[in-house]
Design a protein around this ligand. Structure first.
Ligand SMILES: [Zn+2]
Length: 200
């Protein structure tokens, strides 16, 4: 099985993915292996099945041992597949960090999220696992679990000035269609533009 990333306009990215019914099966193990291959070749710390066009609640996360923005010492977390993950606890402390997404190449944006979470899920054997995560692992998990609900990080960027393209922010880009702040900014800019001269 060989998977590829879907285009960012693909409606699968905006769907609520269905729960995995057969955790522990060979089908799911094969699918997870193919997803992990895609994640590695794409250079992502995380990947969610919808990004490969598969509307199922499967994510893979890995935090490499590395220095990373905002967190000078990032504890490594080995590549782990989680089925039907659920956030069962969130810290009251929030942290703002830049995020990017394999499904939205060329974009980055600052997102405020809880700094620590607890996730319950099933592993590839179908056994229940609980993960208490903070720092980058918490960030990657929240980003990937969002994908399972059709949410992209750009929906959560609170200030349009805290999002950027590698080149230039284009507020008319349809990727922002669900970000209320960007929609307001778009409307403001539209109002500021002089009306087109009419042909008499
Ligand atoms: Zn993503």
């Amino acid at each position: 099985m060989r998977l590829t990333l879907v285009d960012r306009e693909d409606p699968v990215l905006r769907q609520v993915a269905r729960p995995v019914p057969d955790a522990g099966s060979k089908r799911v193990r094969d699918l997870a292996r193919a997803l992990d291959e895609l994640r590695i070749e794409s250079g992502g710390m995380g990947l969610a099945a919808p990004q490969a066009g598969i509307s199922e609640r499967i994510i893979i996360v890995e935090v490499p041992e590395d220095d990373w923005v905002g967190y000078p010492e990032v504890p490594a977390f080995p590549a782990t597949v989680l089925l039907n993950p659920e956030i069962v606890w969130e810290s009251e402390e929030f942290v703002k960090l830049p995020e990017a997404c394999l499904s939205l190449p060329g974009l980055m944006g600052n997102v405020i999220r809880p700094s620590a979470i607890t996730v319950q899920a099933l592993d590839l054997e179908g056994d229940r696992v609980t993960i208490h995560a903070d720092r980058w692992l918490a960030r990657v998990l929240q980003h990937e679990i969002d994908h399972l609900d059709g949410v992209l990080y750009v929906d959560r960027v609170e200030d349009p000035h805290e999002l950027w393209y590698v080149e230039r922010v284009d507020v008319n880009d349809p990727v922002w269609s669900r970000n209320p702040q960007v929609l307001r900014l778009r409307e403001e800019l539209r109002r500021q533009q002089p009306a087109e001269p009419r042909m008499a």
